[in-house]
Design a protein around this ligand. Structure first.
Ligand SMILES: [Zn+2]
Length: 331
């Protein structure tokens, strides 16, 4: 019988393929970068892939999140992606996790994996991921994309870390929602992230080590900048984990996008979705529901309630959103 990986093995060899098949990769964020990375790693035969995402699929995601289809709308991304990947390659382990990636959970989420792929959409979460990887001595692959440009870097925390070249949390005025993004740049950045990951797992030379790659598809510019370890780096040299140790005391986090908030109870609860649905304010009408969530709209205001007690609100002022959430989740 023909080996499904024969074309890959012909190039990387049996030894590298064997290493890849025994590897465990954790993907944080299953949006454009994370879902595309997950598909390629699944096809390449990575032994175990963990998919971490707190969000559900929306119509506006389909333009670039090409693993998904219309039937996945309103499903939690991690679960819909796991279902799809299982159909692509049933011989590997897929571990979906519908969870918020924050300082309280970061270490336990990535621990035990060989490498982490960054599919996140904000720098605050990347700072947390960087500190978790330095603390646990794990490599990770940075990736970001907006408009028609993107960045990526393979970060071996023994050589340097994100904090060596990005010292402070940048103020993020641009998001994919406000500035847009092409599906070409997200596909390209995720393809490079996967290529670096497979080279690392296959024990081949990884060329983005100590390099920060910048790609601008509008002007067809591709540049790499050298990255060196900062001997005074707060994270990898001084081992200070400020972002990681600032445990999320609040149950509210601001999301990328105007007036969008994520509410997470201190511990997961099994929420009766029908009961929660009845507590949604009357001016909202339910626009989607399945076994994982209920979503309701009132004009441009949006509430999504998950069966683990989490909620996401959009276009609702913070105080009002908090009041509504407490009423629905009964916290
Ligand atoms: Zn550092």
């Amino acid at each position: 019988m023909e080996n499904r990986y024969s074309r890959q093995i012909r190039y990387i060899g049996e030894y590298a393929q064997d290493r890849v098949s025994k590897s465990k990769v954790c993907i944080i964020g299953c949006g454009a970068l994370g879902s595309a990375s997950a598909e390629l790693l699944t096809r390449a035969g990575v032994g175990t892939i963990k998919l971490v995402d707190r969000d559900f699929l929306e119509l506006s995601n389909l333009q670039r999140q090409h693993v998904f289809s219309e039937e996945d709308i309103n499903k939690p991304k991690a679960l819909a992606l796991a279902e799809r990947l299982g159909k692509i390659n049933s011989s590997i382990e897929i571990e979906p996790l519908v969870e918020d990636f924050n300082s309280s959970k970061a270490e336990s989420i990535v621990k035990g994996f060989d490498i982490v792929i960054d599919g996140l959409d904000n720098m605050h979460s990347r700072f947390i991921l960087n500190e978790a990887c330095v603390k646990l001595n794990m490599p990770w692959v940075y990736g970001s994309a907006i408009r028609n440009m993107g960045h990526t870097s393979f970060i071996d925390v023994n050589m340097n870390c994100l904090n060596c070249f990005i010292k402070t949390l940048p103020s993020e005025t641009e998001t994919c929602e406000t500035s847009g993004v092409t599906n070409s740049i997200t596909s390209l950045i995720s393809a490079i992230q996967v290529n670096e990951t497979l080279k690392y797992l296959g024990n081949q030379k990884y060329t983005l080590l100590r390099l920060f790659l910048y790609i601008d598809l509008e002007h067809m510019i591709m540049k790499s900048f050298g990255v060196s370890k900062d001997p005074d780096c707060r994270v990898c040299s001084l081992k200070k984990f400020d972002f990681l140790e600032k445990k999320e005391s609040s149950w509210i986090t601001s999301l990328c996008g105007k007036n969008s908030y994520h509410f997470s109870p201190p511990s997961k609860i099994g929420l009766d979705l029908q009961g929660a649905r009845a507590r949604i304010p009357q001016e909202f009408s339910v626009s989607a529901e399945n076994k994982s969530l209920v979503r309701a709209h009132s004009g441009d205001k949006e509430i999504t309630v998950f069966n683990d007690g989490r909620m996401i609100t959009k276009n609702i002022e913070k105080n009002e959103a908090e009041t509504v959430c407490k009423k629905i989740v009964l916290i």
